[in-house]
Design a protein around this ligand. Structure first.
Ligand code: GN1
Ligand code: MG
Length: 353
């Protein structure tokens, strides 16, 4: 079933109001997402998603996580995406072809940004991420691991090396420079991977996909909440801190083709970090803080590796909008990871270390 079947899909959910129209929504790389308008002014509009079963192998486990996390947050009066159940009281609808769909209430006048408009927005983003971790830090139920080893550098390197060995799309010969960059950066990030592998950091509930456009803002540019809760699972705070800096701290787009535009925006980094640390002060440990400076380069590199691996494998995972799109994305991440490593001293200074 596709976009044209949406009025039918709509009827499977216990929504208020009647279907009026639908339009593609957002800029996610994984699921198909629509904003669905209703006819009645007093009925909410909705966000409908067709969940990627290629990426998420166990959709009931994923939806179970979302229910647990959103109800935990609601219990603390924190906003989070509000799930709409099906008419049969299920968290998702399985269509006759076996595809899974889910629905959220749309928050009116909410917006997302690919780049921070100013330092206040960066501060707001940091605070939203710190608050999210803080409010989930007392969750006692262990969440399902929706994508095992999601931010595990050893695993991602293994997948990357296997992709090179297979080279199914004959793309490896043309990416020598990127492959050299990988080998150059890897040893500088290994210490953080080691600390994780030795269980020296506390495992917490983390979001794991905190790029700036996964934070919802209101019209006054105050952060409302984190969205895209698919990858909320046990993790390290460094994943969230790092992934946010990967997107908001880079002056260039995630898929910029002109690599000279890539710079670390230290003013943005500073504002983001101060928002984050203010919210995280209620739980962050000394050892967690000690390893924060390397987190942005670590996450940027991991996601760069994933884009590069997907390019080698013929673009099977991330949705692309042009030929070579994943290679462009990989190049940006590798260059930005390098920039972040060159800024380590300033970053440490900023984090008061
Ligand atoms: C994907 O779905 P979206 O676009 O928010 C990906 C993240 C990557 C991101 C890169 C489940 O997130 O891990 O960091 O693209 N999500 C998944 O932009 O793989
Ligand atoms: Mg998203």
């Amino acid at each position: 079933m596709t976009g044209k079947d949406i009025p039918f899909i709509y009827k499977q959910f216990a929504c208020k109001g009647t279907y009026c129209s639908h339009h593609p929504h957002g800029s996610g790389h994984i699921h198909a997402t629509w904003l669905l308008r209703t006819n009645e002014p007093d009925a909410p509009d909705y966000i409908l998603q067709k969940i990627s079963s290629d990426v998420f192998r166990d959709i009931p486990a994923l939806m179970e996580n979302i229910r647990l996390v959103t109800s935990h947050l609601a219990g603390k009066n924190c906003r989070s995406p509000e799930l709409v159940l099906t008419t049969g009281h299920q968290a998702h609808y399985v269509d006759p072809e076996g595809a899974c769909w889910r629905m959220f209430v749309y928050i009116p006048d909410s917006v997302t940004f690919d780049h921070p408009k100013d330092i206040r927005m960066a501060y707001e983003a940091g605070k939203a991420i710190g608050d999210f971790q803080y409010h989930l830090s007392d969750m006692t139920i262990r969440l399902n691991e929706t994508i095992p080893g999601f931010h595990n550098l050893d695993l991602r390197m293994m997948e990357y090396r296997n992709a090179i060995l297979e080279d199914p799309a004959n793309r490896c010969a043309a990416i020598q420079r990127e492959r050299e960059a990988v080998e150059e950066i890897l040893p500088m990030l290994a210490p953080l991977q080691q600390v994780m592998a030795l269980n020296l950091l506390p495992l917490r509930v983390t979001h794991n996909d905190t790029k700036l456009n996964n934070i919802l803002f209101d019209t006054h540019r105050n952060a409302i909440c984190l969205i895209d809760l698919d990858t909320v699972m046990p993790g390290y705070i460094h994943f969230d801190f790092g992934d946010a800096v990967r997107t908001l701290g880079n002056t260039a787009d995630e898929d910029e083709q002109d690599l000279t535009r890539i710079h670390v925006d230290m003013r943005i980094f500073e504002a983001f970090s101060s928002g984050y640390l203010q919210a995280a002060s209620g739980f962050i440990t000394r050892v967690e803080k000690e390893w924060l400076p390397l987190a942005p380069a670590y996450m940027t590199f991991i996601i760069g590796l994933r884009f590069l691996t997907d390019h080698i494998l013929g673009d099977a995972y991330f949705r692309i909008h042009r030929t070579g799109h994943n290679l462009d994305r990989a190049r940006v991440q590798l260059a930005f990871a390098g920039e972040l490593l060159r800024h380590q001293q300033q970053i440490r200074h900023c984090l008061a270390m």
